[in-house]
Write a protein that binds this ligand. Structure first.
Ligand code: TRP
Ligand code: SF4
Length: 333
């Protein structure tokens, strides 16, 4: 039988560097990345051009966030020996493929993309830029330039995955390019709620615990979080299923949940104690993360090297892919 042990499948994930990563990212995707890096060739795309589609007025924020996001990834345990970090804007292959793919994508398909619609509403856009409307095409290029097999994503990214697969099929049909069709790998855990009980922990919503928050700040944020408003006195019976703090216990402290659920429902634990248990647990989880962060923050040259070297690797792969697609499209003499 052929030896396939060194033919590891390729995973690509992307982050928009528009700010620091938080516990929602940790539970929803970072942990998963750390687990997968042993079994897959792992690539992490720092999608700075995509970040600019909404933040073109804040280029400095994006630049700083590239380092923040790389350090967030490294500090939770992404190993630079196993994971390749890529700065999107430094990979011309992505820009080239975006142009070629754009030939095949009707504008109305982009206009009806549910994620584009939601984001346009969130940002209050009435007149969309060409770049924003077209970023799903560029995201397809992010995935295809590397010929990724698997793309771990949250469900908001599914429309972009569908588009990517459609483009690949079309290119293969029209030009016989023999491109690999990527598959999404849906996040195994549901989205983490915000500290304010909002549907989602967000970078800019002011309802997040950041991976870079120190112990005291984390404690203060947890102490101020909303709980079941029916609980005024400790003896009032609570409803853990509607409580944000309980949702965090579920995400980060699962083994203690039956006990917490029972004491809350019976009114034998106060919210303050319940929050302290959670803060202690989270600070325990984050202790090694903070230690790694300190190391990388003191060695930013190393972080830069990791990104530059990774981007070089990506360019080697990307140039081959572009050549292959251009040849298939008769764009060579
Ligand atoms: N759109 C993704 C997000 O907002 C980020 C991203 C950019 C991405 N390029 C990608 C995700 C390629 C997966 C694959 O989270
Ligand atoms: Fe929420 Fe805990 Fe208070 Fe119950 S005791 S309402 S689970 S914080």
């Amino acid at each position: 039988m052929a030896d396939v042990s060194n033919l590891k499948r390729r995973i690509l994930t992307g982050d928009r560097p528009t700010g620091k990563l938080h516990l929602g990212h940790y539970a929803g995707s970072l942990l998963n990345r750390v687990r997968l890096q042993d079994d897959y060739e792992t690539y992490i795309l720092l999608a700075d051009v995509q970040a600019l589609t909404t933040h073109f007025q804040s280029p400095q924020l994006i630049r700083d966030s590239i380092f923040e996001v790389a350090i967030d990834n490294l500090s939770v345990g992404l190993d630079p020996e196993k994971a390749t970090f890529i700065q999107q804007s430094q990979v011309p292959a992505i820009a080239e493929l975006t142009v070629l793919f754009s030939l095949l994508v009707p504008v109305n398909v982009l206009r009806h993309n549910p994620t584009i619609k939601t984001e346009a509403r969130q940002y209050g856009y009435t007149d969309l830029t060409y770049g924003f409307l077209g970023y799903p095409v560029s995201q397809a290029a992010d995935i295809v330039f590397l010929e990724a097999d698997l793309v771990p994503v949250g469900d908001d990214q599914l429309p972009h995955m569908e588009l990517t697969k459609k483009i690949v099929r079309r290119i293969n049909e029209l030009y016989h390019a023999g491109l690999k069709e990527p598959m999404e790998l849906l996040s195994p855990v549901p989205r983490l709620k915000g500290l304010d009980g909002g549907a989602k922990m967000g970078k800019s919503a002011g309802n997040a615990v950041f991976l870079s928050d120190d112990e005291a700040l984390l404690e203060r944020k947890i102490a101020a979080a909303k709980t079941d408003t029916a609980r005024i006195r400790k003896t009032d019976p609570g409803h853990p299923e509607i409580c944000t703090i309980y949702a965090y216990h579920r995400a980060f402290n699962d083994s203690s949940c039956p006990e917490i659920c029972e004491s809350c429902t019976k009114g034998t634990i106060g919210c303050r104690d319940c929050k302290q248990l959670l803060a202690a647990r989270l600070n325990g989880i984050l202790a090694p993360v903070r230690e790694k962060r300190r190391y990388y923050e003191q060695h930013t040259d190393l972080v830069r090297d990791i990104i530059v070297t990774g981007t070089e690797t990506a360019n080697r792969i990307g140039n081959d892919t572009v050549m292959k697609i251009k040849e298939a499209m008769s764009l060579s003499l």
